[in-house]
Design a protein around this ligand. Sequence first.
Ligand code: PLP
Length: 398
Amino acid sequence: MGKIEKNYEKLSFQTRAIHVGNKIDKETKAIKRPITMGNSYELPYDPSNLNWSSADGNLYTRNGGSNQQYLQERIKSLENGEDCIVLASGVAALSGLFFALLESGDHVIFSNVTYIATYRLLNELFNKKFNVQTTIVDTSDSKAVKDAIRPNTKLIHIETPGNPTLSISSIREIAKIAHENDALLSVDNTLASPFNQRPLELGADFSIESLTKYINGHGDSMGGSITGKKKYLDIIRQQSQVNLGAAISPFNAWLIMRGCVTLPLRMKQHNENALRIAKFLESLPIVSFVSYPGLKSHKNHEIANSQMVPGFGGVLSFGLNTNHETHNKFVSNLNLITSAVSLGHDESLIVFIGENDERQYLYFEEFHNGFFRLSVGIEDADDIIEDIKQALKKIGLL
Ligand SMILES: *Cc1c(COP(=O)(O)O)cnc(C)c1O
């Protein structure tokens, strides 16, 4: 931020994405803050009373370095939260939250559709290793969440839109259920990004982002964030950042800060492109289904419409009425769209999730024959459509 150092809350999202966390560098007068790679900071005259595990101020980069702090300021502002922690990856943010908040004997409810590591952490690690009780619930049905509550339910963790099926859960309704039962709600907001959806404004206690995806947006760095109330974030920072050590590298924090400047512009294009491509796919007879929250045919379109403003993001999933092998042939004939994991990049990426995926049983029936997750990039939508058309033609499906 040049000379505007106060009252930036009054500025729009788009302006804050550029200015918050940046300042003119005092030493060099450079208009962008530098990358500080030094991992230690000079100690005061008498350091003997310092708390070596302190996350306040600059002591050691694992406890909190300058580039990390600048990025935290920005994400906190974009999520409209009280405090923010930026860590090494989205999974570091998820595991950091679970590790700091959950105790043996606590109960957690989590979405049937989540990022794979969330499933592994809660369903295979926290329950077996730390005796945390876990229940997988179709959280697109708020009543099912209510029915799953136990007296010891400490946390409800939802992902909306859910990766990879784009299932939608109501943040407002589930926040109410959580709070009526003295539980906390965390939302993995990665597929929406704070441009399209701000969980804290809808009543959630934590918003988690994989910064690796839309916020960085260029497919060239990793990071994760947790935004929410300071009283909880102080605990998470202490336990999961300082003591578990999932600190982000200053270079990655700087890259994400740079990528984030164009988040609003990119999201507008992702929203527009994905809606067009979802409608195009829906018009093809060979396509068995399209799941995109922006389509009227989406089961929870109304809920998506009420909590995702101004758009529905760039990720969609769809199926083809064909056999296993032809799915792979389709992908191998794409020229522009790349077959790779991850999402939210500038370029379009596709993944074929086969019918043998171990979590298939957790998804709605239309997903059981295998499907694609397509992360629509910000290329010209006509070029993306043309690429899909020519690949379908080559294998005789169009
Ligand atoms: C990618 C992703 C994550 C994990 O983020 P990393 O930065 O890869 O660790 C978590 N949640 C969702 C929804 C994701 O898509």
